[in-house]
Design a protein around this ligand. Structure first.
Ligand code: BDR
Ligand code: CA
Length: 308
């Protein structure tokens, strides 16, 4: 099995991505390292623990950085609920968070699974940036690195220029994008191009499983919010990224390009600047997912929700 380490800030769409990962027979989730992002770290950690409990999986959860490396955090509670899981008031999980810091866990697990590790980042890149500062040789041990982040043609979701995960901690994203020679990128515009029809999502959520019942509750608010803003289709950025990570044979179109992160404090802060015309002379770092098999994506989500 491929060892899979997920850095995440659950978050409703992170939760769906985690269910996809738990349900994949070819991957073994060796840890969840938790970032602050969609909501504060206290909530993202509690949500990760709760999701593991609901899914009935025994996966260690490591708390990471409580905020961005340098600048104050933007708030996204209006998308995922103030607690990040739709404010449904669930009973806290019995499982405890590990004592080890997420950045140290990333490094340790990279040694334990050197050359085989699939690392997937579904939130702001703070923990991974910190791990890189502690040990810049980390990329040598990671077999594949998949990131949900960025908006490659300039249609941001948090500002006109920037996607949330990158905007939350652009300095961290810069450190990470400079350190890894190859990053598989699932971005926001790719997410939007792979919408999930609300009616179909509701059918999947009606499955007779604990996972579907819990996910139906925690995602309700954000699905309503999304229906008001974006119409018939719901978008799960992190599930889209996880499908790319778990089943890369579903990729129908991709592009390799140089990519850099804008760190200025003007309108473009946190922008993922893709060098589409290769003007910079810099190496192609990002393999950008442009089109993924929609039926495959939907099948993975349906099965992950129905799993018991
Ligand atoms: C990303 O930001 C968060 O809102 C989601 O969990 C996803 O990782 C989308 O921009
Ligand atoms: Ca996320």
């Amino acid at each position: 099995k491929i060892p899979l380490l997920i850095d995440t800030d659950p978050g409703v769409d992170d939760a769906l991505a985690l269910l996809l990962a738990f349900n994949d027979p070819r991957h073994d989730v060796v840890g969840l390292t938790i970032a602050a992002g969609n909501v504060g770290l206290r909530h993202t950690v509690a949500n990760a623990l709760k999701l593991c409990e609901v899914a009935g999986v025994d996966v260690p959860v490591f708390a990471g950085c409580a905020g961005p490396l340098l600048h104050p955090a933007p708030d996204a509670g209006y998308v995922h609920g103030q607690d990040g899981f739709g404010d449904v008031g669930y009973e806290p999980a019995r499982q405890q968070v590990q004592a080890e810091h997420a950045a140290l866990a990333i490094l340790r697990l990279s040694h334990e699974h050197a050359g085989k590790l699939l690392l997937v980042a579904l939130g702001p890149l703070t923990n991974i940036a910190l791990a890189l500062k502690l040990d810049p040789t980390l990329p040598e041990r990671v077999a594949r690195f998949v990131v949900m982040g960025g908006s490659v043609t300039g249609h941001g979701n948090i500002t006109p220029a920037a996607e949330f995960n990158i905007y939350f901690d652009p300095e961290a994203a810069h450190i990470v994008f400079e350190a890894f020679a190859h990053i598989d990128l699932a971005d926001w515009e790719g997410t939007i191009a792979h919408g999930l029809h609300h009616e179909r999502v509701e059918q999947w959520l009606a499955a007779d499983s604990e996972r579907a019942r819990f996910y139906e509750r925690i995602s309700k608010k954000t699905r309503e919010w999304s229906a008001d803003r974006r119409g018939d289709y719901w978008h799960s950025a992190d599930a889209y990224a996880m499908a790319f990570a778990l089943a890369p044979d579903g990729v129908l179109e991709e592009a390799q390009r140089p990519l850099s992160i804008e760190l200025g404090h003007g309108h473009a802060r946190g922008m993922t600047v893709v060098d589409w015309q290769r003007q910079s002379g810099r190496p192609d770092r990002a393999r950008i997912l442009l089109r993924y098999d929609q039926a495959r994506l939907e099948g993975l989500i349906r099965d992950a929700l129905a799993a018991v």
